[in-house]
Design a binder for this molecule. Structure first.
Ligand code: ADP
Ligand code: MG
Length: 705
């Protein structure tokens, strides 16, 4: 990372405003006015050949006329001047361009955008935008944007792909009481993208938490890598679905890969916490910017009201941090400061009689106890107690406990007094929310962060007993024959080069050969039509299972060819596959797509209705280690079936995880060739008995990458 250049762009010590204006209402006016109002301490150089002065600053005809150094140039001139202006900035030695102007790729002028970036890079400059609001930084007293004011000060940084949303969120930082140090509008991402921002914010000492509003990532894998390398929490709100048109997908997996499933997987794999909507982005950002991660599953809830306690309990389950009863010793101690009818289990109900002392005692004791990994404190406003009193009791308890490595969140339910008390809590570093479910959700974010970080890993498998060259040779041969779809036999050959267990399958081009092969393999066998033009063999009447005699082989051979002909008259028929018949077992599906953002990604699900109707599948960006693959088996709702549900014997998940892992290595290594794949079905046997691929499909990319 060119740190010095990005520092110049994002924390500039001097700023030129190209297109600065004295006319109110123009963006060139607003940007200069905002720099003045935010009390920016660096040098400001308005650039405008028609003015001698702009809002009290000496104006220059061009950046080349400016006497001092310029870190960042804010460009508000029309797009048609952008290349020339970039050229001048380069000559001047400007470090970064903040291109507010629009009229680029968003209106079909990608060429112009590319020319600007090319010119900028020639001079070692970086480009933010175009089509952005600008940058805002509290720690630099710098509002280099047309958003009206700096956000409520805080420790988070927000990077937004939408400019309008950035301005709206800026204003709501005050009403929502969520503080940000920086807001960065990233717009068309012609050069600086989310991956760059994560890397730079990761090392920026004024940022504690990275908040992202994402419509689409440009370089998914680099984003994941940089997110993994960051020691700060990252929270992302992703809108819109992936570019995958389900309809355009040829394989089964392709049609399941839409709707942001791969984004979900990628975020989890990179340790990024998800936000479900805008409110949630704010709420979770507040918690992640003020509190440490929750490093264990034990969340304790302390409340003065049964109702909010139950709501919190429900929310805990919903958000993946279900409550457990507190151990005996914790209950005994907490019992000391509550009436007989209180409860010390979890939620701990101090009852409506609880005042500051009871709260303070139980919070201080519980927060310091080893069993507790995270504490949620709830309070219902009562006639007998003062919310501010309670808030101060909680804050003092946390402070006196001396604990700084576990998190607390709070919710007060009540009126203005509660509101004031919560504001005070947030100012003292304790996230407070107006709903018990929100406080629990915020704690769940702190848990997700810790958990994702533990699991986060892009270290794939590296099985050495694979033969990539052999796989490529099979693919090359299929391409010579003009095929983009490999037949089952070809696909299985490729699978085998990666050590995947496949049912023995041979090609017969005559009835006699079919019988000979059937006898060699041993009855019963399976017969299937082999044609690059028939992807779904059963649909074409092209599959016969449990074939037991040579007479049947003869009969079915003719029948299969006849069916294929009827199904698709011009289908190129290569022959009939004769295949070892695998004993019946649980059917699962493994598949892959080559995602436009994240590249090769592997899918897993159970066969039959689980995939067809329930769409119960899980994705990972490939490759995945056998351990990560094992987690995929537990991820799906039907995962319990593999673990051995309802008296059934557990299936060989170890073997299946290895198959998935090898598969993921195969699609990654051959990612330049392969578009989609399916192993549908894979039969999985009981523990120790392995798994076997009985159907295989590989769809090649139209053109080699
Ligand atoms: P399709 O192209 O229609 O998906 P498959 O090769 O998957 O064709 O065959 C259809 C079904 O036949 C499979 O889902 C599986 O249940 C069964 N089958 C196919 N091959 C075998 C085999 N070698 N051993 C056992 N069952 C098989
Ligand atoms: Mg199949």
């Amino acid at each position: 990372m060119d740190l010095e250049v990005l520092n110049g762009l994002l924390r500039p010590k001097s700023i030129a405003v190209i297109g600065a204006s004295n006319k109110k209402g123009k963006i060139g006016y607003t940007v200069v006015e905002n720099l003045i109002e935010s009390q920016y301490q660096g040098a400001v150089y308005p650039i405008n050949p028609r003015e001698a002065e702009v809002q009290g600053f000496k104006s220059y005809p061009s950046v080349l006329d400016v006497p001092g150094d310029i870190d960042a140039a804010v460009m508000v001139v029309p797009a048609k001047f952008s290349v020339q202006v970039t050229e001048e900035c380069g000559q001047k030695g400007v470090k970064g361009l903040i291109i507010i102007a629009s009229g680029f790729s968003e209106v079909g002028r990608k060429d112009l955008e590319e020319q600007v970036v090319k010119t900028a890079h020639r001079y070692g400059m970086r480009v933010l935008g175009p089509n952005i609001v600008g940058i805002l930084s509290n720690s630099d007293d710098c509002n280099a944007s047309f958003a009206p004011f700096l956000p409520l000060p805080g420790k988070a940084a927000l990077v937004s792909q939408s400019g309008a949303l950035l301005i709206a969120m800026d204003a709501s930082t005050y009403t929502r009481r969520v503080g940000f140090d920086k807001l960065v509008s990233i717009g068309n991402m012609s050069d600086v993208n989310f991956a760059d921002m994560v890397e730079w914010l990761g090392q920026d000492e004024t940022t504690a938490c990275i908040s992202l509003y994402i419509e689409g990532l440009k370089d998914g894998r680099r984003f994941m890598k940089n997110a993994l390398n960051t020691s700060k929490p990252i929270i992302a709100l992703k809108s819109g679905v992936s570019a995958h048109g389900a309809a355009a997908a040829a394989s089964h997996t392709g049609s399941l890969a839409g709707a942001g499933q791969i984004y979900d997987a990628a975020f989890e794999q990179a340790g990024v916490v998800r936000a479900s909507d805008l409110n949630n982005l704010f709420d979770r950002t507040l918690a992640l910017s003020l509190q440490p991660p929750m490093r264990g599953d034990n969340m304790l809830v302390i409340t003065n009201g049964g109702g909010v306690g139950v709501l919190a309990t429900d929310a805990a389950e919903r958000f993946g941090v279900p409550l457990r009863f507190a151990p005996e010793e914790v209950q005994t101690e907490l019992k000391k400061h509550m009436p007989e009818f209180g409860s010390a289990k979890n939620p701990v109900d101090l009852t409506g009689m609880a005042g500051r002392d009871w709260y303070q005692h139980s919070v201080q004791y519980a927060f310091a106890h080893n069993w507790v990994n995270g504490l949620v404190v709830l309070y219902c406003e009562t006639a007998m107690t003062d919310p501010m009193d309670i808030a101060q009791g909680i804050e003092e308890a946390v402070r006196l406990s001396g604990i700084t490595d576990k998190p607390i969140t709070v919710s007060f339910v009540g009126g203005e007094k509660s509101d004031t008390a919560m504001r005070w809590l947030v100012e003292h570093g304790i996230p407070a929310y107006d709903g018990p479910d929100i406080a629990v959700n915020a704690m769940a974010a702190l848990r997700e962060y810790a958990r994702n970080k533990e699991l986060a890993n892009m270290e794939g498998p590296r099985f050495s007993d694979v033969d990539e060259e052999a796989a490529r040779a099979i693919i090359a041969k299929a391409r010579e024959n003009g095929c983009c779809n490999l037949t089952e036999i070809e696909s299985k050959k490729v699978f085998k080069t990666y050590g995947l267990p496949v049912a023995r399958t041979e090609m017969a081009t005559s009835e006699d050969e079919a019988v000979r092969l059937a006898e060699e393999i041993g009855y019963p066998i399976v017969m299937k039509i082999m044609s690059p033009d028939i992807l779904h063999k059963s649909d074409a009447g092209g599959v016969k299972v449990n074939v037991k005699t040579s007479a049947e082989v003869h009969e079915f051979y003719r029948e299969i060819l006849k069916n294929a002909q009827a199904y698709k008259a011009d289908a190129r028929i290569q022959g009939v596959a004769i295949q070892e018949m695998a004993p019946w077992a649980t059917e699962v599906i493994i598949g892959s797509v080559n995602d436009p953002t994240f590249g090769p990604s592997v899918m897993f699900g159970l066969g039959g209705i689980f995939v067809e109707i329930l769409k119960d599948v899980t994705f990972r960006v490939a490759p995945v280690s056998p351990d990560q693959a094992f987690k995929m088996l537990e991820d799906i709702k039907a995962g319990a079936i593999l673990a051995g549900a309802r008296g059934e014997a557990p299936k060989d998940r170890q073997a299946l995880a290895e198959v998935l892992s090898r598969y993921s290595q195969m699609i990654t290594d051959l990612g330049d060739e392969i578009a989609e794949t399916d192993a549908n079905p894979v039969l999985v046997y009981e523990e120790g008995e392995g798994a076997i691929v009985v159907d295989a499909r590989i769809i090649l990319k139209e053109h080699r990458a």
